[in-house]
Design a protein around this ligand. Sequence first.
Ligand code: MRU
Length: 393
Amino acid sequence: MGHGFDACARIAAIPDRDTIMVVRQEHASEGSQVTGGRTDPYPPTVEYVDGVVVLLDQAALPEVERYVRCEDWQRVARAISDLEVRGAPAIGVTAAFGLALAAERSGAGSADDLLAELAEVAEALVATRPTAVNLAWAVETVLAEAHGAGGGLAADVRRTVVACAQRLAAEDLATCRAIGDAGAGLLAGIDEVITHCNAGALATVGYGTALGVVRSAHRDNPALHVWADETRPVLQGARLTAFELGRDGIACTVIADGAAASVLREGGIGAAIVGADRIAANGDVANKIGTYGLAVAARHHGVPFYVAAPLSTIDLDTPDGSMIEIEQRPAAEVAEYRGHAITPAGAAVHNPAFDVTPADLVDAIITEVGVLRAPYGPAIEAALGRRGAGAAG
Ligand code: MRU
C-alpha cells in the first residue's frame, strides 16, 4: 500500500511518442490502484490521461510490466492488432479512447469535418479485430453521441467524444463487478473451476468477466482454486490469467490445453467458466480458440459450462454462430515461440483466433443484469429489455 500508480506522473516520465516505460517492480507488486472503493493489486489495463492512451503492455507480461503510450490513433490501432491490449471489453474501451485521441488531435474546424474524420478513424479501428463485437459497439456508441453533440461546433464534438469514452471505461468496470456478483452464486459450494484464455481484469478495464465471477465467489470461499488452460498459441491463460490471479491471491494451476479433458475426468471440478467475444442472438458463443473443446469435454464429464459477458457482447444482428466472422491471426503465432521457429520451414499453419460454442453446450450466460438460461433467444431479449429499462445488476 502507499505505492499507488500515478498515471500523470507515469506519463510525464515517458520521453517520446511510441515508447514504453518499464514500471518498477516494487510499484507493480505493491500497487494499490483504487477503483470503486476497492484496492486492486494489479495495474489498470487502459487509461486516457491528458490526451494520451496508456496501455499496460499485455504482450510483454508477465516478464515485464510496462506501459505503451499512444499519442495518435494509428498507434492505438496497432496496439489492438498486436495484442498489446486484448480482451473484448478492453479493446472496446481502447478504441473509444482512440477516437477521443483522434478528436482532440484533429485540426478540423467544423463539426461536420470532424465527424467525417472520426468516421474514417472508426472504420480503421473496427477493422483491427473483427470477432469481438464490443469493439464495434464501443465505436458506434461514441460516434452516435458525437453526432448528437449539442451545439454543433467542433469543440462540442470533441468534448462529447472524450466524455463518452471516459464514461464507457467507468461503466465497464461497474459492469464487470455486477457480472461477478450476479454469477458468484453459481460457484457456491464449488472449490475447483476451470477457465480458458483470460477473461479477467486484464481483458476489461478492471475486475473481469469470467474471472470477475471467480473474484466475487472467492470473497465467500477463499479455498476456490482455478485451473487455467495455457491457451495456445498466445498463452493468455499461462501468462495473464496466472499473473492476475496470483496478484489477487487466488490459487491457480496452469495446465496445457490438451490436459483439460483429463483434469475434468479426474473429478473435483465444479464448473467451467469463460468469457466471450460475441454472443449470437440464439446464444451461440464465440470465444478464444479452444473454448469449444473445453465445452465439449465439460458436458461429457457432467461439469456445467458458464459464459460470463456484458450485454455489449451480445449481437442481435448475428442470428447464430455460423454468421460470426472468425479472426484469422498470423501464422507466426503458431509456427514460432517468442521468435524461434517451432515448425519446419514452410509448414502449413491455420490460426483461427476464436471458435464457436453452440448454445446447447452453454449452461448459463452471466450478464450484468443477471443469469440467463436457455432458451437463450427470449432470455437475451428480456435481458436487453431490462438494460433498456435502466437495470444494472
Ligand atoms: O485474442 P484475445 O486475447 O483478445 O481473446 C480474448 C478472449 O477470448 C476472451 O475470453 C474474451 O475476449 C472475453 S474477455 C472478458
